[in-house]
Ligand binder design. Sequence first.
Ligand SMILES: C[S@@+](CC[C@H](N)C(=O)[O-])C[C@H]1O[C@@H](n2cnc3c(N)ncnc32)[C@H](O)[C@@H]1O
Length: 233
Amino acid sequence: MPNQDKMLSKRYENILFLKRLLKNPVAMGAVFPSSKALAQFICRHVDCADGEFVVEIGAGTGRFTQALLDFGIPADKLISIELDSELVRFLKQKFPKITIIEGDATQLKHLLPPATLGRVRTVVSGIPMVNFPKRIQREIISSAFSILMPQGRFLQFTYGPISPLPARSFGLIKKRLGHILFNFPPATVWGYEKAGNQIIKRRFLLVKMLREKMKKKRFFVRNSNKNKNITEC
Ligand SMILES: C[S@@+](CC[C@H](N)C(=O)[O-])C[C@H]1O[C@@H](n2cnc3c(N)ncnc32)[C@H](O)[C@@H]1O
């Protein structure tokens, strides 16, 4: 293993990325690590309240990992999953304070410490989903939603113009969050939530609206009764 200074250089990181790409082009899915601009954009859409965790899948050389730490996610609340053992070794040296787990993102429930289950509000994915068949995509998605809180969100970037996941057939609601030109190639970020959540949210808003209306109506009835009493006197 090279010394820490050499390892932390961008040149070393790019060479390592390229080497792993040549070894496994499908799983890597990109020629360069993501840009800082893309990583920062994704971070702006990450939710994490006190006591909650952020899980990153397909950490690669740690571009999103670094951005998440810079963004303020506490090191003990960030868990990164990576399949490639050489990249895992690199990540462990680069980020000694965070939990780096070697494993397959289709197995998140078995990989994560039990204390984190159900306390994850965001999963950030660097996995090149479009390179995988629908069956694998479905496995990764159901694995991610098995550890997410009910209102949790799955964030994914892609280089193509359309959603990298067939949201509707996976029971998800998709949202295009933005397009980042300063990345090679330019990328689009998508957010996915469980479809039921949107219905629950809409119902909640409807009930709230009806309650407000009822309150207003009661206020008017009370006031008009008062006015009536005054004129009667
Ligand atoms: C394009 S790289 C992204 C790296 C980094 N997030 C970035 O944006 O620069 C994709 C990474 O996903 C990892 N990966 C692919 N399939 C995976 C899986 N099923 N479970 C965990 N990691 C996986 C690859 O090993 C690779 O490091």
